[in-house]
Design a binder for this molecule. Sequence first.
Ligand SMILES: NC(=O)c1ccc[n+]([C@@H]2O[C@H](COP(=O)([O-])OP(=O)(O)OC[C@H]3O[C@@H](n4cnc5c(N)ncnc54)[C@H](O)[C@@H]3O)[C@@H](O)[C@H]2O)c1
Length: 319
Amino acid sequence: MPREGRANPGGLRPTKGVTLLPGEAARALDAADPSAPPDFAGRVALVTGAARGIGRASAVRLHRGGAAVACVDRDAPMLDGLVHQIAAEGGQALALVCDVARDAEVAAAITRSVQAFGRLDVVHANAGIQRYGTALDVTEAQWDEVMDCNVKSVFLTARHSLPYMVAAGRGAIVVTASAQAFATQRNVVHYSTSKAALLGLTRALAVDHAEQGVRVNAVCPGSVDTPLLRAAAERFSGDRPDGPQALLTAWGRSHPMGRLCTPEEVAEVVAFLLSDRAAFITGAAVPVDGGLVAQLGADLPDSHAGTGADPKRGAHPRL
Ligand SMILES: NC(=O)c1ccc[n+]([C@@H]2O[C@H](COP(=O)([O-])OP(=O)(O)OC[C@H]3O[C@@H](n4cnc5c(N)ncnc54)[C@H](O)[C@@H]3O)[C@@H](O)[C@H]2O)c1
């Protein structure tokens, strides 16, 4: 069984060797709670989009909860860094380089994971991309890219994972949707549609496989401080003298809790939903958004009075 994290799954593109962890990745590993409850002792987890951001925090959290973790991503160097870090903590992890939008690659990755670890108990179907545009400018190819990476990928991950869980009579899947499954910003027609579709897919999977012992739920994060969000801040900060950091701060302030979410805060909810502590929860869409979708955009005059909130903080600064 691979422990050193340099596994090279048959049929998949080879990993390209190990690089030093960039600062963001190292921070994610360090920030996760090393005293996580051992909910996953003896279990095997698979996480897609594990190389960075939410997926990385989830892989680390599941490892620290006792799982052996199959880490799936298309970024080989970042995956290798993660797997080496988990191995350095005494855990078991396997790097599987794979485009989750491609059926044959997903099938090969999951087969390789089961060959390596002997079983598959829990899956975090998390990989996704953010793109921008309206129906007037998004091309058919751009629409398909988002739907393939964000929706078809989850279908494929479930399709190839479920047989192992159904055979075992137990299992759990968590899908990373978004607050944008419930309410949208402008200029994200394909992204917003993809995230809403994931809630339909989550419900369908949950209902189809409940009697077989498999639970399927979604998490719906607000703005999470990941490379994806930082890339968005770079893109939209434009000529602002205060730069992307000010935009990130403004996005955080648009949440009633007044700040961005951390990847580890999402990972903790994912771990709960994947664990036996959530044994009677299936088909649910769980916001992890600091109150974002609970809030209407238009505040009443003097509505901050008595709430302790900063009156200068707009409910929804224009992003
Ligand atoms: N960051 C946020 O504010 C936020 C909010 C709500 C939902 N989400 C969702 O959370 C998920 C993770 O987002 P993140 O912010 O951690 O993003 P990220 O870009 O920081 O990390 C995503 C990872 O997924 C991988 N990936 C993307 N497409 C892939 C593919 N086709 N095959 C294999 N790997 C692929 C990337 O290589 C990357 O390592 C996404 O589904 C995203 O839509 C993010």
